[in-house]
Structure formats: C-alpha cells, structure tokens
Design a protein around this ligand. Sequence first.
Ligand code: FAD
Length: 607
Amino acid sequence: MQTHQYDAIIVGAGGAGLMAALYASKGGANVAVVSKLYPTRSHTGAALGGIGAALGNLDEDKPLWHAYDTVKGGDYLADQNAAKVLAENAVDAVIELEHMGLPFDRTPEGRISQRRFGGHTSNFGEKPVRRACHAADRTGHMILQTLYQQCIKNDVKFFDEFHVVDVIMNQGACVGVVAIQLGTGEFHVFHGKATLFATGGWGRVWRITSNAHSLTGDGAAVVYRRGIPMQDMEFFQFHPTGLYGLGVLLTEGIRGEGGILLNKNGERFMEKYAPKIKDLASRDVVSRSIYLEVRDGLGIGGKDYVHLDIRPSTVNRYLAEAGETRRVDDAYIARALAETLDVCRTYAGVDPLTEPMPIQPTAHYAMGGIPTNVDAEVVMDENWTVLPGMYAAGEVACVSCHGANRLGTNSLVDLVVFGRRGGIKIAEYVKGADLIPLPANPAGEIEAEFKRLRTSKGKTRAYELRKQMQKVMMDNVGVFREESAMKEAVKQVQELRERYQTDLAFDDNGYQYNTDLMEAWELGCLLDLAEVTAISALNRTESRGGHSREDYQKRDDDNWLVHTLAYRKSEIAYPVTPPEVELNINKKVDMSLADEDPRFLPKERAY
Ligand SMILES: Cc1cc2nc3c(=O)[nH]c(=O)nc-3n(C[C@H](O)[C@H](O)[C@H](O)COP(=O)(O)OP(=O)(O)OC[C@H]3O[C@@H](n4cnc5c(N)ncnc54)[C@H](O)[C@@H]3O)c2cc1C
C-alpha cells in the first residue's frame, strides 16, 4: 500500500472541490485532489441554467434581496448568517470567475448577461429579477473547465480515478482518507492536516433522478459511518422538469426564458397554484403542483406527466398577455437553450421548437448533508463544535444556506462561495497545525470490508437491490410523504441492507477497473443515506420546503425551526451492520437577519 502526504486533501473535483483546491494552493498549501471521476466529468459540468448573483446588470438588484429570496425559498430553515454570506460573496465570486476567463453570455453593452430563475425577486418579493449569470445553458461546464485550468496553473496535484472509501481519524481529528486506485485495485492512504469533502449529492437513491450515475453519496456515507452527523436529510429537492421517464434535467432556464407548463387541456395550471409568480414559483411548489394536476387526472393522456412549452408562438402569446415588449424566435431559443434542444431531440425524439416537452418531477438536489459553518469547517453538534481537520463544501455539505429547499442557481454560488472560503480557511489552518500521525494500520478495516464483499457468495446482484431501494424511496419518500408509507420504506431499506450484507454475488473478481465491486460498494452508501433520509423524514411532523407530508400539511414554526442531526450509533464502522440512527433536533436555525429586519421572519409563502 502506498501512503501520500499533503498539507490538504480535497476529495472530489467538482466546482466545490476545485475552488477549495485552488484557494488552498493559492494560500501556500500543498494540495492533492482525489477524485473517482476524471475532474471535468464531475456533475457540476451538467449544470445548465446559471449562477445567481445580484450584479444588477439588467434590473436593479441587491445582495440583501438575494439573501431574502434564499431564506424565503428555503422555507425559513436556512441559517440566515449563511444565506447572507452566500448572497454577498456571490457578487465578487462571479466577477472573479469572469476574470479567470469564464465565457459568460453578454448584454449588448458587454456586461455579464443575466436571466430570470424561479424564486428570485427584487425588493423583497415584489417582482421577478434577472439574476442568473449564464454561459448559454452550459454554465456548469464552463465553471468546471475554468477552475480546472486554474488548478493546473497553480500546481494542484490530481489523483484521478481514485475512489475514496474511508476517512481516517486520530486523536479526535481527521487525518486523511483511504482510496482505491480504480485502474489497479490497490489501496492508497492520503495523509494530511486538512481534508475537505466535496463529493456531491446522492440523487441515485431515487428511481427518477437528474443526477449522474456517480452521485451515490460516498463522501457523506463514509464520514457518517465514522460518527459525523448528517444534517437535514429529510430535505431532498425534486426538480419539476425532468424529461419524462428518464429524469434527465430540463433547466429552469427554459421557464426563465418564458416557457410555460400546461396540463392535458392546455391550461397554464401554475396560475392556480402561484397566481403571482406562476411558472417561476420555487421548485418544491411547482413539483407539488404537477403531482396535484396528475392526481386530478389532468396529466397528458391521463399519464403522470405534463407539458413544458417553449415554442416561440406560445412564449410570445404569454409575453404579450403579460404586457411585455420582449419577443423570441426560433434562432433566439436555439441559441439560449442549445443543450436543452439537443437533449430533447436525442433522448425523447421531441423538437422543442415545434412541440411541447413531456416532463415530470425528478430527484435533483440534496439540501442536507455534512453540517458545516460558513468557513466549511465540519461541525459535530448543536453547539457548532468544530471537528479539527475536517471540511466539507458543495452539495455534500449542509451550511445550511438552502434550508428546506434550494433556489435555482444557488448551488453553483454555494460551490464557489463556500469552496473558496473552505480553501482559504484550510490554507490558514495548515500553516499553524501540526501533522497528527496516522493511526496503526489505517486501511485495515476497510480492506477487510472489501475482502468480505469480494468473496461474498450470495445470489443477488447489487443492481437488483439498488432497483428495489430506488423504487421504494421514489414511491414512499418522494414529493408527497405520510407516516405509514415512510415506515414501510424504512423497513424495506433495512431488509435490503440485510441482504446487502449476506447475499451479494459478483461476476468480476478482478482488480483492474472492477466496476461490479465498486458499484456494490456505492450501493452500501446509498442504502445508508436512504435510511437516514426516511428516518429523518418520518420524525419531522410538519411540511416545509421539499418535505411535504400529507398527514402534517402545515409548517410548524413553533416546534420545527430546528435542524435535524442524525448520528449513527454504532461504534464500529465495518462491517456495516444495520445502523441504529439517533436523531437530535436541538440545533436551532440562525435568525440573525430577522433580528435586524422583521421581513426575514417566517411567514406564509404566498406566490
Ligand atoms: C443536471 C443538473 C443541472 C444542474 N443545474 C444547475 C444550475 O443551473 N445551477 C445551479 O446552481 N445548480 C445546478 N445543479 C446543481 C449543481 O450542479 C450541483 O449541486 C453541483 O454541481 C455539485 O457540485 P459539487 O462540487 O458539490 O459536486 P460534483 O460536481 O457532483 O462533483 C463531485 C466530485 O466528487 C467526486 N467523488 C464522489 N465520490 C467520490 C469518492 N468516493 N472518491 C473520490 N471522489 C469522489 C467525483 O469524482 C466528483 O469529482 C444542477 C445539477 C444537475 C444534476
């Protein structure tokens, strides 16, 4: 086994990991990025619509309005100090990306172009504002390419196709990770003063998802198994517009450009549910509205999907109705939504310029995750106790600036803002901190676990268990939830975990690129996170943001303005026996903006 030593180890090479690596290295740290994917294949590259920042290039805008929308969109579960940092830091983060060479679309005057996105408004909810900065509909791709180039320029060392499978703790601190080199099957130990997790989300827990195959929540699961809590796991966002049957994301930018949702009678049904902001209401609201239409038999052809229409004739009709002077044509749509057109033509055989797109809600974004403060330091409890040496940023982290529901364009902001803050903090930390030695045999337990998996002589293939988990989580812990269905989900997930332990079978016993084995290992991570999600959801007896209960339909601010912290009780990480989950709901939501300005106090969300 090889051991590598760096000041800082960044796990994950998406937007958050690259930004953290860049800033840690700029601050003088010697940095290694360990990634299971080649960096530019990270899911950040799939982000389409844009990155929100109150630049005010086209409409008057202020960071405080952005913070307000973030808090309100998050249904008041967002920590307000974090939402403020997000909105304020967004402005110079975007300008910095521009200076690094990111090719943003431009206004005729040459400034960064901005467009509308759901839930983003001016003057505390008065009217929609153009805040999303974009490079056509490939914003994430451009961010990833730009940051990767900058990292190379700054001599960041990359370990590509190294799959992290365990975190190493010693003397109450995080001292590194264990990874498997996919090309050889060898174990490697990465030893450092600071380790930052930027491993992205876990949409693959659900059957219909916009998330790439690789989004299996490994980073969250490995730290959870070593005693780090998972925060607010009941909040998982379903994006309203996934391509029917596949879940592939159709960006909210389509509605930002004027796209309209229609039911089988051609009615613009969002007028019923959000009379003011209509199709641009926040994602939880739109996803629920689609479900309700479908439930009322108003899905297209009586099925479980509706239409999203971006045909210029439709868009122009509604623009005229709204008294707007703007008009669009085929050439404009083809340019502004190039990727969307390509995806629909390729995967659905639908040409959005001539026919409406079939869409249904798709599991999209983890609001919950590893709890951190605004400097990306991992915190262990309701007293914000920092765990030395461990950091998290991006989708895997829960800062929590998104609260119960994330607004579109705010994830890309989160990556660059908190990735950068984490990198800066790490550079400071490694200057003063001593290198804590590795414990004896740091990879021993995880090597034994892989040996056990590899020699498993059961009958079931991992994908069969995965399919069952995805189905029960989609049906029972999806857009709408209620007690008995969630209890059933917990039971089934626990049974699946039992079978995972005892009944797996493998076709491949090799060491080089053994995807059979690695996918099984990823399934173990998904099962842990599915269980924590269902248990946290069952415990929260209210509806808020992305967590919508039929048996508790109201938001309950008296009892539930708190974060959920879920801990795994067991002392041993491996083998992963069915973990008992312990919940703590004493971590209060930060209300610091409301202390100064009553407009930040929780109120009914009216659209
Ligand atoms: C289709 C789609 C469109 C989106 N559009 C937008 C948008 O327009 N605006 C917006 O704000 N947000 C958008 N989002 C959300 C946003 O893109 C993601 O939340 C964000 O990119 C996550 O970035 P990240 O850096 O946290 O992780 P990712 O970009 O997902 O990267 C994760 C990294 O972790 C690595 N990794 C994972 N597990 C391991 C392991 N075990 N060992 C080693 N490495 C590991 C991977 O190799 C990868 O490099 C979109 C998401 C999707 C899926």
